[in-house]
Design a protein around this ligand. Structure first.
Ligand code: PGA
Length: 243
């Protein structure tokens, strides 16, 4: 991967600044923009910094549409453990995204397979994703695409890996959902730009594998290397030991 597309931050706060700058730059020219947001711990500071600047500079947001990567099957959007709720709390409300432009998964849709087809169609009907913000899972998952996921898949239902549930346990309050709905690797690679955020010493092994390893279905993030417009923002702790 082109090393100029890897930005190394001194710490998580600096990572948030670098990533927020990239996103805010996109909001400037008032063009319609479709952003897909990762949930998880890493992007929270980024979303907060973006929100602070939007509020301070009164940046108009009527042209920004917001999607998210994935959702737990069975959790309604108002459940604080759902990713739709995370999106409202960290992105939609603080960024001032209009309700009609917050295009969020419904974890309680009566038929999750149909919900996935609908979500994929919504992405396409709105012209595709311009900026895809991603995190890197410890086992190389991106969104809920766990190892051995089909690299061409669109939005689909997936059985969640035990390791993913273990990592997410602090946010799940004792719940252990069996399935998730997720954008597929194919949906992710169709985005025009990818912004991958990697923070913390525990992410240095997966980051090293991403940067130095082969493309391999056992490590879903490796497929991202095919994307012509991916920027990685990683902090020094995550980069430690990366060769
Ligand atoms: P994190 O999650 O940002 O909470 O580390 C990344 C992921 O597991 O996808």
């Amino acid at each position: 991967m082109d090393p100029t597309r890897i930005k190394v931050a001194q710490n998580p706060d600096h990572l948030a600044e670098l990533a927020a700058d990239i996103l805010l730059h996109q909001f400037q020219d008032n063009k319609d923009l479709n952003i897909c947001c990762a949930t998880g711990a890493t992007p929270v500071r980024v979303y907060d910094k973006v929100a602070a600047t939007i509020q301070k500079k009164k940046i108009p947001m009527g042209h920004i549409r917001c999607f998210h990567l994935d959702e737990y099957v069975g959790l309604p959007p108002q459940d604080p453990r759902s990713y739709a709720h995370y999106m409202r709390q960290h992105v939609v409300l603080p960024w001032g995204i209009e309700d009609k432009n917050a295009i969020l998964w419904d974890g309680c849709a009566s038929n999750p397979q149909v919900e996935c087809q609908k979500y994929e169609a919504l992405i396409q009907n709105h012209g595709g994703i311009d900026w895809m913000i991603l995190g890197l899972g410890m086992n190389g998952h991106v969104a809920f695409n766990e190892p051995s996921s089909d690299p061409h898949s669109g939005c689909h239902v997936i059985r969640l890996a035990a390791s993913t549930l273990q990592n997410n346990a602090p946010y799940l309050g004792g719940l252990s959902p069996e399935y998730g709905m997720t954008m597929g690797i194919g949906s992710i690679l169709r985005a025009r730009n990818i912004l991958l955020l990697v923070s913390g010493g525990h992410k240095s092994a997966p980051l090293n594998r991403l940067l130095t390893g082969n493309i391999d279905t056992d490590f879903p993030a490796s497929h991202l290397k095919q994307h012509p417009d991916m920027t990685i923002v990683a902090d020094a702790a995550a980069m430690k030991g990366v060769i």
